[in-house]
Ligand binder design. Sequence first.
Ligand code: GTP
Ligand code: MG
Length: 370
Amino acid sequence: PETITVQELANRMAERGADVIKALMRMGVMATINQTIDADTAELIIGEFGHSFRRVSASDVEIGLMGEEDRDSNLVPRPPVVTIMGHVDHGKTSLLDALRQTDVAAHEAGGITQHIGAYQVNLEDGKKITFIDTPGHAAFSEMRARGANVTDIVVLVVAADDGIMQQTVEAIHHAKAAKVPIIIAINKMDKPGANPGRVRQELLNHEIVTEEMGGEVLTVEVSAKQKLNLDKLEEALLLQAEILDLKANPDRAAQGAVVEAKLERGRGTVATLLVQKGTLKVGDIFVAGTEWGRVRALLDDRGRPVESAGPAVPVEVLGLQGTPLAGDNFVVVESEARAREITEFRQHTHRQKVAAASARGTLEQMFSKI
Ligand code: GTP
Ligand code: MG
């Protein structure tokens, strides 16, 4: 049911909270400033004060926001978005570092510095893979909880000398919950104690049947340290991507997800966005969760300014008015007025939820004292 707090109602009418509480009392409703009242009661109160109103529901404000479904004829292949997971110290960061060095452009430029928590690797035949560097499994599931399913493929890193550990199992659960395919990177193959057969055997206990065991899950034996078989891992990722038939329409208003966002001194809010549909351009107005912005600048994963970013491209964006949360979805809208309408509505709804939760807390406190 639709509700509003007494405080919010008073604010919206530009009336004093105490007067609203008095008006409610005259109607036989006892409420404190932080309590919520239902929409019908609120309407009566608004009438009492001689104000006009319009009831707005989430669907009214958000209607048409995500645009139309794309036609197949508008879809073109896009790079896969890959998240690397695994137990602590099994070599996730080392593997990401090693993979980044396979970037053909990196060789020309003499190494690259990653500026944001996501980057693209350019392979020799012009193919690309996007890697998202979310620290830890908590971040992964948190993003999913906020509605952002950004990952197409999970690479599960398992150290060949250590085998399946607690966080390996957690990662398997997260990947399964997200319904994304898993590719196993059996890492540290250079170590004397490496035993890839045991890793495959242990995976069976978690319903992961590798090709070698007669199943379909690909495994690649790698060494991040010796840069062994990184090309094979990339091949496996591209093969999996081909099976998934990943496509997007680049010719539409951009949509995607917030990978991370923070407030930086002198720069304002800096957000890393992953474009999932359409093309994001400098000057675009967009909403991200409860915030909005106008794209003042776009920077690629090496910190270079770019004019636009298409599907599966991660970019750093300047120009947000507030700081959204990782995992919030973003979408480009037609005007600043529309952006304000949507974010004001979302902020209002958010405040309602917080107020309702705290009002419950107060009630519980009151009862516990009786
Ligand atoms: P957390 O981020 O702490 O969970 O660890 P991680 O999974 O990112 O592991 P990281 O890449 O930090 O590597 C952990 C240790 O394993 C480091 O000392 C690495 O040098 C070592 N290591 C990583 N890959 C390899 C490998 O292929 N062979 C060997 N011998 N050591 C490796
Ligand atoms: Mg690490």
